[in-house]
Structure formats: structure tokens, C-alpha cells
Design a binder for this molecule. Structure first.
Ligand code: FCB
Length: 442
């Protein structure tokens, strides 16, 4: 019998994603470090501490791991509070360190994608009101310029802001992120300032590096009505999708900010993306609940019987991946899957999850969606924000106290996917045999 493979276009990027605060360690001067010191903020009072000790040099051994597994790209972020430790001070040695990391990636044949803002803010910025006031916009612009001038020699792919939706809802609608507020109007203000910040950053990058590719990474959640027959559930799901998924990519495409109950024109931010980064993890059922803005007018839950990640944080819903990509394709720019993965300390679900999501992504490619790369979250277990160390997303397991890394089974699967530029029958039968009949019907 001939055996099919799911192959990807030549030059497809296969990598993993990380973020500064989650892997570097000792980021003592930012909003998250500060949050970690406050009782009750992080599960079990856990702290980022040394994290994966990348700042101490362990990025090198982790990049060797990426190369061993045939990855050709890596997405990571630079930490604003290191580069600009005070409003009137730049730290050149921090930029030197990032240059060294970037050189190390290039030497290993790894194409870097650099995120400028991934959740953490310098404390001096927080003290000035963070993203709640428009003052942040020129500050983010100045920071962008400083970084791009220093790193552009090595970087072609830039993400301005990671998950502006998660940042906003996490910090301003009861989501467990700093500053821990619950205020819909303020949340919308923050989102608007993030859009302004993104736009000035986009333009600053292009002024310094005309051929750069610049985008955001958006957390796309698949939100489906809990009861297909219910107009109220349908309304709730659509409302949530508008507020959660659509606002940000919408406004930076069209200049129209549309949060349903708050709309405005922002022509200055229109047309500021060269690609759209999609972070896809899971799907929710949405049931009409109460007119509660902090729940975005609906209640969400996972489908009954669906496979869950170790702590129940994510449901394995691969069909949401192609939905996300179809949605992404409507923005008419190239797409990158800038994050996708699952927390699974026992590595039981991860191989299936990876195979199923890569398969759905391949369906997207065959639909001619312009997908250019895939970044698995994450290379090694790292500090998962308010969930601390309880969630293990790594291909490699990390023993936090000793910094020892242990390879999980999925490493070999991902290595084969990267090496073959796709998924084959053999991989599926080796790593998730029960999926073989589904993916390769006889
Ligand atoms: C995303 C974040 C990333 C990581 C994954 C699991 O929302 O961008 O930093 O925490 O979730």
C-alpha cells in the first residue's frame, strides 16, 4: 500500500518558542518579579527564580538541543527591564548578551524571531501607569529603536507584542496577571494603547530595517456555541470571539477599534502587519450567561469527554487549529503559528496533540492558507506565569532546583517532523498508533 505523508512547503520554519521572563532567570526589575513576591499571586507561592538560567548561559545548551532536533528557527523575547533598567538608562551589556545569543543561533543554523514585549514590563514603567496611559507609546517606540539598532544585523522577523489580548484580559479582567485589576473600561484603554504602541513600533522597525517582517502574536481561542441550536449561545460565542480574538488584529488591519460597546477610529494604526502570528492552544464551549463584561458575556467550559492536559488547563481540540488558520487567512497576510503546545508532565498526550495539530496545520497549507512556520511551546519547561512551575510545556523536562534537563519522548517525534518537513505514516504509527486509521484511512 502506498503511504501518504503530510509535507510542508520548502523553507518552512520549524522551531520552538520561549519568552524572556520565563527562561532567563533573575529578571528582578519587572512587573512579574514584583507580582511573584506578593502572597497569593502565584500557585504555591512559586517564583521564577533562576528560571531556565538562560541569562547564566544555559541558552547555549538549549540551542544545541534545538539543533539536535533539526529545528531551524527559534522565537524568543528580549526583556525591556534589562535593556532599559531605568527611564534614563540603557544597559549596553544586556544588548551585547542578546547579540551573543543571536550569533549563537545563526551559528547553529537557527533563524531567530524576536518578540519585543512578552507580558513583562519594567517596574519604572509600571510606576508611571504602564499601558494604562498613552505615555507608554513614545517609550515603547524609543525602546524599539534601541533594540532594533542593536540587533537588526541578526534579526529579520519581529513580533512587537505577544498576546495583547491575554495581557489585557489577564491584567485587567480578573485573569491573575499583574496589576490584577478588574475594570472593563480600563482594559479597553490598555488595548488601545497596546495597538498604538504596536503601530509606532512597527513603523520604527521599518524605518531602521525596511525589509524586516513585523507582526504580533495573538492568542486565538476557538469559541463555539455550547448548543448549536441556541441563538443566545451563538450570540455569546460571537461576542466573545469579537472581544477576545478580533479586536486587535482587526484594528491594526483596518484602523477600526471594535469592542462592541466601545468603538473608535484609529487610522494611524491601520496597515501595520506584515504577518500574523497565531498562538493556538484550545477551544471553549460558550454558553450565554449574564451580562458580565469580565466574563465577556458568556461562560466557557471544555467539551465533555475531551482529553485534558495535566492540570486541566487545556483541552485537546485540534480542529480549532484549522479554524484559527482559516480565520487568520482572512487578514490576507502570511501566517506563522507562533505558539502551540500542551502542558503534560507525563508526556502522554503531547505526541498525539502535536501530531493532530501539525496535521490540521497541513490541512491549512493544502487550503492555500499562507502558513510559513510553526513554533512549538516550548523547548524546555519554563515558568508559567501565575501557574508557576505546575505546568510543564517543555519538550525537555526541567528539574528546576538542579537545572537538569531530561528529554521527553516527544523530542524524537518533533525531531523527525522537523527533519522531514512534515508528518509521515511511520511517525504516526510509532508515536500515536491509535491515530493511524484516522489520519491515514485505508
Ligand atoms: C501563552 C503565552 C506563553 C505561555 C503559553 C503556555 O499564552 O504567550 O508565554 O505561557 O501561553
Amino acid at each position: 500500500m502506498p503511504q501518504a505523508s503530510f509535507l510542508f512547503p520548502k523553507g518552512f520554519l520549524w522551531g520552538t518558542a520561549t519568552a524572556a521572563h520565563q527562561v532567563e532567570g533573575n529578571n528582578t526589575n519587572n512587573s512579574w518579579w514584583n507580582w511573584e513576591q506578593q502572597p497569593g499571586r502565584i500557585v504555591h507561592g512559586q517564583k521564577s527564580g533562576l528560571a531556565c538560567d538562560w541569562w547564566g548561559g544555559r541558552w547555549q545548551e538549549d540551542m544545541d538541543r534545538a539543533v539536535e532536533t533539526h529545528q531551524n528557527a527559534h522565537r524568543f523575547s528580549v526583556e525591556w527591564s534589562r535593556i532599559q533598567p531605568a527611564p534614563d538608562r540603557w544597559d549596553e551589556s544586556a544588548l551585547d548578551m542578546y547579540r551573543e545569543m543571536l550569533r549563537g543561533m545563526h551559528e547553529r543554523g537557527i533563524e531567530p524571531m524576536v518578540t519585543l514585549h512578552h507580558f513583562s514590563d519594567p517596574m519604572w514603567l509600571v510606576e508611571q501607569g504602564g499601558w494604562e496611559t498613552e505615555k507608554v507609546v513614545p517609550l515603547f517606540e524609543a525602546y524599539t529603536k534601541k533594540v532594533v539598532e542593536a540587533l537588526k544585523e541578526y534579526v529579520h522577523l519581529w513580533v512587537t507584542i505577544n498576546e495583547p489580548n491575554v495581557y489585557t484580559y489577564g491584567g485587567y479582567l480578573n485573569g491573575g496577571f499583574p496589576p490584577g485589576k478588574n475594570d472593563f473600561n480600563l482594559a479597553m484603554k490598555v488595548m488601545i494603547n497596546l495597538a498604538r504602541g504596536h503601530a509606532v513600533s512597527y513603523r520604527a522597525i521599518h524605518a531602521l530595517q525596511p525589509d524586516a517582517q513585523v507582526g504580533i502574536a495573538l492568542n486565538y481561542r476557538s469559541l463555539v456555541p455550547a448548543h448549536a441550536w441556541s441563538p443566545l449561545d451563538k450570540w455569546a460565542a460571537q461576542t466573545q470571539a469579537q472581544l477576545y480574538n478580533n479586536i486587535f488584529p482587526g484594528v491594526i488591519k483596518t484602523g477600526r477599534f471594535d469592542a462592541i460597546i466601545k468603538k473608535m477610529n484609529m487610522p494611524e494604526v491601520a496597515g501595520t502587519q506584515d504577518f500574523l502570528g497565531i498562538n493556538y492552544y484550545t477551544r471553549d464551549q460558550v454558553v450565554f450567561h449574564l451580562l458580565k463584561p469580565d466574563q465577556l458575556f458568556g461562560k466557557r467550559y471544555y467539551r465533555e469527554g475531551v482529553e485534558l492536559s495535566t492540570t486541566g488547563f487545556l483541552a485537546n481540540e485540534p480542529e480549532g487549529m484549522i479554524e484559527a488558520l482559516r480565520w487568520g487567512a482572512s487578514f490576507k497576510v502570511p501566517l506563522m503559528v507562533t505558539e502551540n503546545g500542551v502542558e503534560d508532565s507525563g508526556d502522554k498526550l503531547r505526541p498525539r496533540y502535536l501530531i493532530q495539530h501539525v496535521h490540521q496545520m497541513w490541512r491549512g497549507v493544502t487550503n492555500s492558507f499562507p502558513i510559513k512556520g510553526y513554533f512549538y511551546w516550548s523547548l524546555v519547561d519554563n515558568f508559567e506565569w501565575e501557574r508557576g512551575w505546575t505546568q510543564r510545556f517543555g519538550l525537555w523536562e526541567l528539574e528546576v532546583e538542579t537545572q537538569v534537563r531530561r528529554k521527553r519522548g516527544t523530542v524524537d517525534l518533533y525531531a523527525q517532523i522537523c527533519q522531514n518537513n512534515g508528518l509521515t505514516h511511520d511517525m504516526v504509527s510509532q508515536f500515536a498508533p491509535d491515530l493511524t486509521p484516522k489520519l491515514f484511512p485505508e
